[in-house]
Design a protein around this ligand. Structure first.
Ligand code: SF4
Length: 478
């Protein structure tokens, strides 16, 4: 992947199913549960009699599949993918899973994350004669596997993946096995579950545990960073990718990206968000905000943190802004004009809750500041006497190169403005952010080891020139 080529790898979700009589429907439901991880394309590949069947398309999961297509996806195993793509990159060639017919059989692959040295590998492969169909970095993985001389797919995967740097959580389907693989730093989540069936246990894999809740699977464990796990007719197996690296799981999964009903990196996302709100209240309880009349969340992502804040500050929690749930997330709209319109039709402040009150507004994060500005304006229009904005994450000061599509640095308001300038821009009476230490306390799982580079600028890999390329004005995470 190279931003020089105008190529992006964005937020995605992956799933896998093994030994289930309704494999395509299990994959479909799992993708449905993780639709928040990507809304522009969806795909499923199943395995039937040693060959692959595929259906993928642009749009939401429910738009790409119907009863007929799911019936055609025969077989007891499958993988699936949902993808967000940027403006101009909304191409079928980039929709996943990707498939190839290799010397050791058919291989399909679904990828969540961003490989930071893909531009280097891609150029090397092109120089050696490889032809690329699309513009995503996942194709590099397929080419590396294809060129490896070993007839053993596990060995091909081990040696190929050791060349990659950055984020990859993969599901891979061969003609005889389902693989679940995480990069050695464990940037993106990936979990393994089991479904008891009349014919023995079925295995399932997904980006988030919320998929398991929907399909009635029991959580078994997360795929370990650097682990190649697979299941075949002989049972489950595991080997390591031969590359050592310190764990760097994405803290932003807990801040915003993952569903609150998921367990991510061994910890409840809901609990970590609520705890972030509690710590936020503790950090700033002396700032006078404890004297507020009401605590309201920016729905829906600010709700758990606002609950934690209100409990800790002992102030009433109210739904002061009502969200229209029948439009997509504001940030998935690719054009600024549509985003602006989206905020107005999406969020409606309640004057019954806000009029004459001193209001604390809690949001999960602040990226460009434009959405916060509109929300605060709406809250004031509804009659609020004071508006205090509290953010349950530190200021976002840098873009992500590992699969979350934050805007370029120049569009990150905290990268270019002081706290007072941001407060003035958004129009709040006061503004505070959760400290980095506070965030780390909120998400501290047993295993630790988080990437927080978009908050502290300490990127846990070399960037291979990606930081020298401007990121397009693709979207705001607000
Ligand atoms: S830079 Fe931010 S969004 Fe990207 S992996 Fe690190 S914490 Fe996550």
């Amino acid at each position: 992947m190279s931003r020089r080529d105008g190529v992006w790898k964005d937020e995605c979700g992956v799933v896998g199913v093994w030994n289930h009589p309704q494999a395509s429907r299990m994959a479909y439901l799992s993708l449905y549960a993780i639709q928040h991880r990507g809304q522009e394309s969806a795909g499923i590949v199943t395995l039937e009699q040693g060959g692959h069947r595929i259906q993928k398309g642009l749009g939401l999961v429910a738009e790409v599949f119907d009863d007929t297509t799911l019936d055609q996806l025969k077989g007891r195993a499958g993988i699936g993918h949902v993808r967000y793509s940027t403006t101009g990159m909304n191409q079928m060639a980039n929709a996943q899973p990707l498939q190839a017919s290799l010397s050791n059989g058919p291989v399909a692959i679904a990828h969540n994350g961003n490989i930071v040295n893909a531009n280097v590998i891609r150029e090397e492969l092109k120089a050696q004669g490889s032809i690329f169909q699309g513009t995503n970095d996942t194709e590099c993985i397929l080419h590396l596997i294809a060129r490896h001389p070993s007839p053993n797919l596990v060995e091909c995967l081990q040696q190929s993946l050791a060349k990659l740097q950055g984020a990859y959580s993969l599901t891979v389907l061969s003609h005889e096995a389902l693989f679940a693989i995480r990069d050695p730093q464990g940037f993106r989540p990936l979990v393994i579950g089991k479904i008891p069936t009349a014919e023995g246990a079925a295995w399932v894999v997904a980006s988030e545990t919320c998929a398991f809740d929907l399909i009635g699977a029991q959580f078994v464990r997360e795929v370990e960073p650097g682990e190649i796990w697979w299941v075949d007719a002989q049972g489950e197996h595991s080997v390591r990718i031969p590359r050592q690296a310190a764990r760097s799981s994405c803290v932003f999964e807990h801040v915003y990206f993952a569903r609150p009903d998921s367990i991510v990196f061994g910890q409840s996302v809901y609990e970590s968000r609520k705890k972030a709100g509690r710590i936020l209240a503790r950090e700033f309880v002396k700032s006078g905000v404890a004297d507020c009349d009401v605590v309201i969340p920016v729905p829906d992502s600010g709700v758990p943190a606002a609950l934690g804040f209100a409990e800790e500050a002992k102030r009433p929690f109210e739904l002061g802004i009502i969200r229209n749930h029948y439009i997509g997330r504001t940030f998935i709209q690719p054009h600024q004009a549509i985003r602006d319109f989206g905020v107005k039709i999406k969020l409606n402040p309640q004057s019954a809750v806000l009029s004459g009150r001193r209001v604390v507004v809690i949001d999960d994060s602040l990226v460009r500041g434009t959405t916060s500005k509109k929300i605060i304006s709406l809250v004031r229009q509804a009659g609020a006497r004071e508006v205090h904005l509290r953010i349950a994450a530190p200021p976002t000061i840098g873009p992500c190169y590992y699969g979350v599509d934050t805007p370029e640095k120049s569009q990150l308001i905290a990268a270019t403005h002081s706290l007072e300038q941001i407060r003035d821009f958004v129009g709040a009476d006061t503004l505070e952010f959760l400290s980095l230490n506070g965030l780390m306390e909120a998400v501290r799982g047993e295993k630790g080891g988080y990437c927080a580079a978009c908050f502290d600028g300490r990127y846990p890999t070399p960037l291979f020139g990606l930081d020298e390329q401007p990121k397009g004005n693709v979207r705001g995470l607000e």
